[in-house]
Design a protein around this ligand. Structure first.
Ligand SMILES: Cc1ncc(COP(=O)(O)O)c(C=O)c1O
Length: 400
C-alpha cells in the first residue's frame, strides 16, 4: 500500500509544529505568550450565542447545501453596506474560509495548473492547491519593502502558460501587506489580459489602519465574472471555532462546480449559521472598535520591534500579523531555544517561524511571524521576551 505523491508533497502546518515543546515548557511552570497563531483573544459578539440559544426548532436538521437563506441574505446586506452588490445566489456558505478555498481550487484547477501568490503566503494555500492537483507559483516580495508586491511588471513576470489564477490576500497573512482599490483594479486588468481567475481572500478585510478604507475585489464591477471571493467569520468576529466561511462569485460555472462539492458534504452546521447571520447584522460601530484595538496593538508591537538591533520590519498596514527579519541564521533553532532553554521571570514567547510560509523555506530562515492577538501590554511583553531571548541566544552562540 502507498500514499499519493500529492500527499507526500504537502507539509504539516508550520504554526502547530512546536506545540508539544510549548506544552512541555508549561509543564515546567513557564508562562508562554502565544503569538504564533491567529487566534484572537477578543470576545465573540454576544449576539452569536443569543441567536443559537434562541434557535426555534426542536430538531437540528441538515440545512441547504449552499447555506441558509437567512445567512446568505445577511451576507448580501453586509457586502451591500460597502457597495459590493451580490445576490443570495452568488453566495455559498462553507465550513470556514478553508473549505471555500479548497472548493475554489478543486473547481478551477486541472493537473499541473499554477496559482500565483505573493511569497510568503498563507501556507494552507499550498495544501489546498496541491490537493486539487495544481501548484503554487510565486510573486516575490521583500521585508525591506514591507512585502508589498502589487507592481504590474513583477506580477506579469511571474505569469507562465500554466498560470490559471492569482490569489490575493489583502490584508495579508503572514505579512500585513494591504492592497489599495487601485491596485486591485490593476490586478484585475492583468487577469483579464492573461485570462486568469482572481481569487480574493478577504478574511481580514476590515483590519486596515492609519485611516485607510477597507478595499474589496467585490467593488471591481467590470471584472466580477472572473472574481471569486473567500471570506470567513473567524477573524472579523473573533469566531474561529464557529467554522463558517463564504465563497462568493457572480460566475455561475464556479458556483455550480462548488455546489457539487457542497452537496457531497451535505450541509454546514445549522446552529453556527444562525449565529453567523446575527454577526453579519452587527452595527458598523463594531468594526471601528475592533479596528482601533488592533491598530493600538500594531503600534505597540512595531515600536517594541524597532528597539531590537538588527531587525528589519516595515510597519504593517493591516491584518494582525507582522513578518520580521531577525539577526539569526536559523529561526527554528531560535524558537526551540526560547521554548526549551530560555525564560525571563518564568516567562517565554512562541512565534511562528516564517520558513513555513515561503515557497522556498530557505528565504524564511531568518524571519518570524508574530500575530498580535493579545492585549497591548501582553504584546509589549511578548516582544520584550523576543529581545531578551535574542540577547541570551547570541551569548549562547558566542560561547559555543
Ligand atoms: C489568509 C487566511 N485565509 C483563510 C483562513 C481560514 O480561516 P477559517 O477556515 O478559520 O475561516 C485563514 C486562517 O487563518 C487565513 O489566515
Amino acid at each position: 500500500m502507498q500514499i499519493s505523491e500529492k500527499s507526500k508533497r504537502m507539509g504539516l502546518s508550520p504554526i502547530r509544529r512546536f506545540n508539544e515543546m510549548a506544552r512541555n515548557a508549561e509543564k515546567r511552570g513557564i508562562r508562554i505568550y502565544r503569538v504564533n497563531i491567529g487566534q484572537p483573544d477578543i470576545e465573540t459578539p454576544k449576539c452569536y450565542m443569543e441567536a443559537i440559544r434562541n434557535y426555534p426548532n426542536d430538531v437540528i436538521a441538515y440545512m441547504e447545501s449552499g447555506g441558509t437563506d437567512d445567512l446568505k441574505k445577511a451576507v448580501c446586506e453586509f457586502y451591500g453596506s460597502f457597495g459590493a452588490e451580490f445576490e443570495p445566489d452568488d453566495v455559498m456558505v462553507t465550513s470556514g474560509g478553508s473549505e471555500a478555498l479548497s472548493m475554489v481550487f478543486t473547481t478551477i484547477l486541472n493537473e499541473g495548473d499554477e496559482v500565483l501568490a505573493a511569497d510568503p503566503y498563507y501556507s494552507n494555500y499550498s495544501t489546498f492547491i496541491l490537493s486539487a492537483g495544481g501548484q503554487i507559483a510565486r510573486i516575490p516580495s521583500h521585508a525591506e519593502e514591507g512585502y508589498h508586491y502589487a507592481y504590474r511588471d513583477r506580477i506579469e513576470k511571474a505569469i507562465t502558460p500554466k498560470t490559471r489564477a492569482i490569489i490575493c490576500t489583502s490584508p495579508g497573512n503572514p505579512t500585513g501587506d494591504v492592497l489599495t482599490q487601485d491596485e486591485m483594479h490593476m490586478i484585475c486588468e492583468i487577469a483579464e489580459e492573461h485570462d486568469l481567475w482572481v481569487i480574493s481572500d478577504e478574511v481580514y478585510r476590515e483590519f486596515v489602519y492609519d485611516g485607510a478604507e477597507p478595499a474589496s475585489f467585490g467593488l471591481e464591477k467590470e471584472f466580477l465574472d472572473r472574481i471569486i471571493i473567500t471570506d470567513s467569520i473567524s477573524k472579523r468576529y473573533s469566531c474561529c471555532g464557529g467554522r463558517i466561511g463564504l465563497l462568493i462569485s457572480k460566475n455561475r460555472d464556479v458556483m455550480n462546480g462548488a455546489m457539487k462539492l457542497a452537496q457531497g458534504r451535505l450541509s454546514v452546521s445549522t446552529l453556527d449559521q444562525a449565529g453567523a447571520a446575527a454577526l453579519f447584522r452587527l452595527p458598523k460601530s463594531y468594526y471601528s472598535e475592533i479596528r482601533a484595538e488592533y491598530e493600538k496593538r500594531r503600534d505597540v508591537v512595531y515600536s517594541e520591534l524597532t528597539k531590537i538591533p538588527g531587525v528589519v520590519c516595515v510597519k504593517p498596514k493591516g491584518s494582525f500579523y507582522v513578518t520580521v527579519k531577525l539577526p539569526v541564521n536559523d529561526i527554528e533553532d531560535f524558537l526551540v531555544f526560547l521554548l526549551t532553554e530560555f525564560s525571563d521571570n518564568n516567562e517565554t514567547v512562541m512565534f511562528a517561524p516564517a520558513d513555513g510560509f515561503y515557497y522556498d523555506s530557505e528565504r524564511g530562515k531568518n524571519k518570524m511571524r508574530l500575530a498580535y492577538v493579545l492585549r497591548s501590554e501582553q504584546m509589549r511583553r511578548a516582544v520584550e521576551l523576543i529581545r531578551l531571548g535574542l540577547e541570551a541566544y547570541e551569548k549562547k552562540q558566542a560561547g559555543n
